[in-house]
Write a protein that binds this ligand. Structure first.
Ligand SMILES: [Zn+2]
Ligand SMILES: [Zn+2]
Length: 293
């Protein structure tokens, strides 16, 4: 029994190692690695050409730390480590259902829908789940300890999107798994949704002052997300505001949107951010420590 789980872990690691090597050596339109590079350089170029904080250096405070987080969270953890864990999780979950004689939990088949509609449904549902999880990351003190890593950014730039504790991947993906499994998605073009979210996320954190006009009520944007990182919180929003990931719609619908003025020069972080560790290992360990950090 345990050997089976162990084998899944080993297979996932070796499978993803080979996957990673072949990704890097075979550029193609379905290649995550080159999409990440291309979108990162595109947004970096926009930051250089159209910066909203003109005094901010291109290689701002924390840039290299964030660049490491991009590598760690996008590849090492998300594609390799997390898959090993989640394949076991899925197996455990299916075994658990098997105890009750249930073979799958598909309650609603969307496989007969056209691919674009399946992608759209999946994107909207998973974004809404993420919005809810993000609020909990701010409200629950034990979750906030992990989420503080993301809010420790003091000078904002696109790569800050990936500064987050690896446990966040677990929180987000676990919350998404069951509802998405119940809908029975059968498509493989997830990369489209994934890369779109990555692009919008890069832009949200970029040194740009865009709000996309009326589309800003649907899509999250740099002008809105900078307020999510504000150090001083308004009385009306004691846990924070603008929790949207890719969509800003939920914040407008549920009254957690807040953009009082141009926020490009506001102070970022949280109380005590000056004393928060500024390197990867210390930030990774911080939430597991007792005490105030
Ligand atoms: Zn947050
Ligand atoms: Zn952010």
């Amino acid at each position: 029994m345990f050997e089976r789980y162990f084998k899944i872990i080993l297979d996932s690691f070796s499978g993803y190692y080979h996957y990673l090597v072949s990704e890097i050596s075979n550029p193609s339109w379905g290649n995550y690695f080159y999409w990440l590079l291309a979108l990162s350089f595109l947004v970096l170029a926009l930051e250089i050409i159209l910066p909203c904080r003109r005094g901010q250096k291109i290689f701002r405070k924390g840039f290299w730390l964030d660049a490491f987080y991009v590598f760690f969270n996008f590849f090492l953890f998300s594609l390799i480590g997390y898959n090993a864990i989640s394949n076991v999780g899925v197996e455990l979950f299916n075994d658990f259902l098997g105890l009750f004689g249930i073979e799958n939990i598909i309650a609603f088949e969307v496989q007969s829908f056209p691919a674009w509609l399946q992608l759209l449904i999946m994107f909207v549902i998973s974004d809404f789940i993420q919005w809810n999880v993000h609020i909990q990351l701010h409200k629950q003190p034990w979750l906030w300890k992990f989420h503080k890593v993301h809010h420790s950014v003091q000078e904002m730039g696109f790569a800050a999107q990936f500064r987050f504790h690896f446990m966040e991947t677990i929180f987000y993906k676990s919350a998404q798994y069951i509802p998405l499994a119940m809908i029975g998605f059968g498509i493989e073009q997830f990369i489209v949704v994934h890369m779109f979210a990555l692009f919008v996320g890069h832009l949200n954190h970029a040194n740009l002052s865009w709000d996309y006009g009326f589309l800003g009520y649907i899509f999250n944007n740099p002008k809105m997300h900078i307020w999510h990182h504000a150090k001083a919180l308004p009385e009306k929003h004691p846990y924070g505001m603008n929790f949207g990931l890719t969509l800003s719609l939920w914040d407008y619908l549920f009254k957690t949107a807040y953009i009082p003025k141009e926020g490009k020069d506001i102070e970022l972080g949280f109380d005590g951010v000056e004393n928060y560790p500024q390197d990867f290992l210390a930030q990774t360990k911080a939430p597991f420590k007792r005490g105030k950090i």
